[in-house]
Design a protein around this ligand. Structure first.
Ligand SMILES: Cc1ncc(COP(=O)(O)O)c(C=O)c1O
Length: 370
């Protein structure tokens, strides 16, 4: 049986209005301004940028970030890292714990092709990594308040570092201290204060490591909502912002002020109004299979009278304010509630500049969840 080949939603040179829907649209001008804003923010600061590719899953975007000064990128999954390595990205950090034989085998194979780092928070997992017999940069993930992975800061982390120091192949690359919950605390002050206490945990662990004579080359972490606090603290050497390239509705609700730059919405889902059942409602062809709703509903871009109220599988319910005109067949741009899981729903980015399709970029690591 011949393999089914999906028809791409757009052709290069087409006008945005002609693009089929739902599709994932990248506004190249806004995206490039976001890249430039990040570059300016860290210009002259002693910090490496290793953007998180879990957001975009794209070789094309990773290449642009590296051309802009990034040292490499982070991935969250081994298969994500494999997809980026396949596209020529040569310096990758799996900013996550890797557990289970199939993943560990693939991690070992990948370590022979690229410079590869991985996180660990458990002695048993560390022994599994050591048993692979391959050269790996190992970061100890410490818990700094997020309540996800991570060993306790201080002595428990140092005990793990001692074990790494005894290994002949594994290299102790430093610490990962990432506070995900801090990213969406709404006020600058809340985020500043949470990162200040995370910095204390980092400093305390570094001091104990130094006392034992264990060098801690890099402390990595931080996301788009806090990274300048980490940079200003001086406790981090590397930042991992992901969402800044796109922004989403959730991030749009944050307060943004110096020292954090204000990023722009660059990622959209193009949708078509497929039904007008009553004057106060429009149904679009983009439901929860087209835009993630875990962090709230998508926004309707530059249409104040339209509110995306709820999503079912293939349908989006848009409330229409009195006097607002919306025609059947009209195309609307939606801003995803949460950019990362939305991207994973698509095969490609339809890259648009000045209202015209300039490029189609594959979502290289789409579905790379293992
Ligand atoms: C370990 C790690 N680093 C960095 C990021 C990037 O965060 P953001 O997309 O908020 O910039 C994430 C996102 O979940 C993460 O899990």
């Amino acid at each position: 049986m011949a393999a089914f080949v999906k028809c791409p939603p757009a052709r290069i040179g087409q006008r945005l209005e002609e693009v089929d829907t739902p599709s994932l649209v990248l506004d190249l001008d806004a995206f490039e301004r976001n890249l430039a804003a990040m570059k300016r923010a860290v210009d002259g600061r002693k910090v490496r940028v290793r953007p998180h590719a879990k957001t975009h899953k794209s070789v094309d975007i990773a290449r642009r970030q590296i051309a802009d000064g990034a040292i490499g990128v982070c991935c969250q999954k081994v298969s994500e890292a494999e997809a980026l390595a396949e596209g020529g990205i040569a310096d990758l950090l799996v900013s996550n714990e890797v557990v289970g034989a199939p993943k560990l085998e693939r991690l070992a194979a990948l370590s022979k092709r690229v410079k590869l780092g991985v996180c660990v928070d458990n002695p048993e997992n560390l022994r599994q990594l050591a048993a692979l017999g391959c050269e790996l940069d190992v970061y100890i993930e410490i818990e700094v308040g997020m309540g996800r992975c991570g060993i306790a800061a201080g002595e428990p982390a140092v005990a793990l570092a001692r074990e790494i120091a005894r290994s002949t192949k594994l290299r102790f690359a430093g610490l990962q201290a990432y506070h995900g919950r801090a990213q969406h605390l709404r006020t600058m002050e809340e985020r500043r204060s949470v990162i200040a206490s995370a910095a204390e945990k980092v400093r305390q662990t570094k001091a104990l490591l130094a006392k034992e004579g264990i060098a801690c080359p890099i402390v990595t972490g931080a996301g788009s909502g806090t990274f300048m606090f980490e940079v200003d603290s001086g406790a981090w050497d590397e930042i991992q912002p992901g969402s800044y390239v796109f922004m989403d509705v959730d991030y749009g609700k944050n307060e943004w002020a110096a020292p954090l730059p204000r990023f722009e919405h660059a990622l959209f889902v193009l949708a078509t109004v497929m039904s007008r059942p009553k004057p106060e409602a429009a149904i679009v062809d983009a439901g929860l299979k087209a835009s993630s709703v875990d962090s709230g509903m998508p926004g309707v871009w530059q249409r104040a009278g339209l509110t995306y109220a709820k999503a079912s599988d293939e349908h989006g319910f848009v409330s229409v304010a009195a006097g607002e005109r919306v025609a059947l067949g009209e195309k609307l741009l939606l801003v995803p509630g949460h950019c990362d899981p939305t991207v994973n729903l698509y095969d490609q980015y339809v890259c648009v500049r000045g209202g015209k399709v300039e490029a189609l970029w594959p979502v290289s690591a789409r579905g790379a969840l293992y």
